[in-house]
Structure formats: C-alpha cells, structure tokens
Design a protein around this ligand. Structure first.
Ligand SMILES: Nc1ncnc2c1ncn2[C@@H]1O[C@H](COP(=O)(O)OP(=O)(O)OP(=O)(O)O)[C@@H](O)[C@H]1O
Length: 224
C-alpha cells in the first residue's frame, strides 16, 4: 500500500502540493485535475523520482527518501511520452537494460522479455529499432519495459494523451488487465469508469476523493 503523510512539495517557482494525506489501498486509482494542479508532481513522488520537501511517502512501509532503490523496484513509472523512457536503439536491448541491472540470470532475462513481447503482440519487433516504432507501439514497449521489472505498482502519467483512438483503447485495455495496482494520472475521464477511486487535485490539494462517478461530476462542476 502507498501512503502519503503531510506531503508538501515546493519548486523554486513556489508551492505545488500542500498537506496531502492519503492511504491508497485500491487496485485502480485515478488522478484528475486542471493543468498545473500538481498531478504529475504527485505521481513522481510515488516512486521517489521526486522527494517531497515536507512529509513522507511510504510504499509498503518503505520511505522513498531512505529506501529509494527498493521503492523504485516496487513502483514502476510510465511517462506520457515513451521517447522519455526508451533509452536503447533496439527493442530487445531496451527491455533487457533494467533486468541486467537487477543482475538476473540470462535465462530469466530471456524468459521475461519473451513473455512480455508475446503478451503485447510485439514479438516481431524484438530486433527492431525502438525509435522507428509507431506511437502506440512505443507506448506499449515503454509499458513492457516497466512490466518486465515485475513491479507491484504501476504509476501512469497521462498514458493515452499522445495516442490515436485505437491505440488509446489498447492502452486502456492493457491497464484494465494489469494484475498490478495502477495509479493513473489522466485527462481521459472515460478511462476511469471502472476504477475504485478517483482523486481530484486543485491548487495542490486533493479537493475530492470518491468513486469515479462522484469525483468526475465534481471535477466537471469545478471546471465549468
Ligand atoms: N521541475 C519543476 N520546476 C519548477 N516548477 C515545476 C516543475 N515541475 C512542475 N512545476 C510547476 O508545478 C506546477 C504543477 O505542475 P504539475 O506538472 O505537477 O501539474 P499537472 O497537474 O500534472 O499539470 P498538467 O495537467 O498540465 O500535466 C506547475 O505550475 C508547474 O509549472
């Protein structure tokens, strides 16, 4: 379970999150709010990409400040733009990178890569140049790169924003089928219909915390 205790975050430009207290046991959690309301900052705090300037973020009791490595292993992060995530020129190398860092046996690395490529129907792209994939394929590959690490939580920061409708639907399906806990920052309100809980951010605070129907209605009202 992920917990935030009195979390605030201040950039040089000013405060962005203020006094956020949350316990997040649900398997599907959505995060919505206006541009600049602090959603991405919140998402980045969850796996220690960013450390809070005040308060604590705990993942299964591990503090992102003190146990950053272990936290990052448990919490995968999918960026809006897969180009920010894909590092190596060939699909297979990119998927192997994190696994080699974990010092897994070559047979285990091979098995995990084969399994994830099969799961997302990307087998044909194994030796392909990563940067020549289409936008949808790149996003699937970025997700694959996170899932091969077998995290227990996956944080998505606007995963469908850059995709056409077909690829958007595919990613929605991928999220729906994930065995992991998923926390999804999005402006795509339809994506959240079957989620367990939706947080609405405004001005760096959680101003609504409710099931999707209620939270989305509140957000629509707020933006009217
Ligand atoms: N690295 C940074 N340094 C300084 N200010 C930042 C940084 N990252 C974000 N900000 C500022 O913090 C505020 C909140 O940004 P954040 O990206 O968390 O919002 P958001 O809700 O995700 O917005 P959007 O929906 O536009 O993605 C914005 O005013 C932004 O300009």
């Amino acid at each position: 379970m992920i917990e935030l205790k009195e979390v605030s975050h201040v950039y040089e430009s000013g405060p962005v999150l203020q006094g956020v207290n949350l316990t997040l046991p649900e398997r599907r959690i959505g995060v919505i709010g206006s541009n600049g309301s602090g959603k991405s900052t919140f998402a980045r705090l969850l796996n220690g990409l960013l450390l809070p300037t005040h308060g604590q973020v705990l993942v299964d009791g591990l503090n992102t400040r003190e146990q950053a490595r272990e936290v990052r292993r448990r919490v995968g992060f999918v960026f809006q733009n897969p180009d920010n995530q894909i590092v190596f020129p060939v699909v297979e190398e990119d998927l192997a990178f994190g696994l080699k860092n974990l010092k897994l046996a070559p047979a285990e690395i091979e098995a995990r890569i084969t399994a994830v490529l099969a799961r997302y129907d990307l087998q044909a792209f194994r030796q392909h140049s990563s940067h020549l994939l289409s936008g949808g394929q790149k996003q699937l590959m970025a997700i694959s790169g996170v899932l091969v690490m077998q995290p227990e939580y996956v944080v998505f920061d606007e995963p469908t924003t850059l995709l056409d409708l077909r690829n958007r639907n595919r990613i929605v399906q991928v999220i729906r089928e994930l065995p992991q806990t998923a926390i999804v920052v999005t402006h795509d309100l339809d994506l959240l219909a079957d989620f367990g809980r939706v947080l609405v951010f405004d001005g760096g605070r959680v101003v609504m915390d409710a099931p999707p129907t209620q939270a989305i209605a509140f957000y629509r009202e707020l933006m009217a």
